[in-house]
Design a protein around this ligand. Sequence first.
Ligand SMILES: NC(=O)c1ccc[n+]([C@@H]2O[C@H](COP(=O)([O-])OP(=O)(O)OC[C@H]3O[C@@H](n4cnc5c(N)ncnc54)[C@H](OP(=O)(O)O)[C@@H]3O)[C@@H](O)[C@H]2O)c1
Length: 260
Amino acid sequence: MSEPAIPTVTLRPGIEIPLLGLGTWQAKEGEAYEAVRTALDLGYRHIDTARAYGNEEEVGRAVADSGIDRSEIFVTTKLPSEEVGDAPRIIDESLAKLGLDHVDLWLVHWPPNNEARPDVWADVVAAQQAGKARAIGVSNYSPAQIDELTDATGVTPSINQIPWSPADYDADLVAAHRDRDVVLEGYSPFKRTDLDDAVLAEVAAAHGVTPTQVVLRWHLDTGVVVIPKSVNRERLAANLDVTGFSLSADEIAKVSALGS
Ligand SMILES: NC(=O)c1ccc[n+]([C@@H]2O[C@H](COP(=O)([O-])OP(=O)(O)OC[C@H]3O[C@@H](n4cnc5c(N)ncnc54)[C@H](OP(=O)(O)O)[C@@H]3O)[C@@H](O)[C@H]2O)c1
């Protein structure tokens, strides 16, 4: 089977992240290994995990067992907000569990106690400088919190992973990320979507695809990274099968209007 061409976007400092990856939150014990193996077989090259998901070891084993060159797989993990005081130890533990000498992206999972915490960010920057993460970023941060990190350290997170779906679409938030050269990465694309929505059904019918595929294609066509989770082979394949069509400007506008 030929590999589907998933587009990429560039993260500072010049690292390509595939716009579509596999989410692994709530993949149960044993499921994460199988899901990642299947996903890599199908052509996924981007896996999103986190220390808090408890599956770094399974993800790492699946990456190793896949036989695919490490350099072809983009792996993200995250620093739990409860453990930010221990960041240097946590990245080493994550790498040990993953069986990797670096991750492609390390994120602060949440602003600790809803604070930006530049001191924590400085530790994340140090991990990148030590070669333990190729790119670094945050998750669930506001643009103002990102500015606090930049102002204090001179280093802007390259990406912000936040809840995102057509219903969450917010042009101001998109612009706030673009203006800061921060890539927007969305999570929970399906959980946050009414998959019975009439607009999604209409667009899906026009392309002979499903509403879930329209949601994923809308992310790709708007340059937002998306990481749908599945542990089911058919759904993993369907979620990757979004390269054979694209949305018109009018369709993108209609889907984005679900957020207003
Ligand atoms: N940074 C953060 O704070 C944060 C928070 C939440 C999530 N995340 C990341 O984002 C990823 C995705 O978000 P999520 O897991 O919350 O939600 P999601 O990807 O929107 O939805 C996952 C659910 O949708 C089902 N599903 C998958 N493909 C489907 C399809 N084609 N048709 C119908 N149902 C389908 C899955 O079931 P099956 O597995 O049975 O297919 C699962 O129940 C997470 O796994 C995690 O990696 C990050």
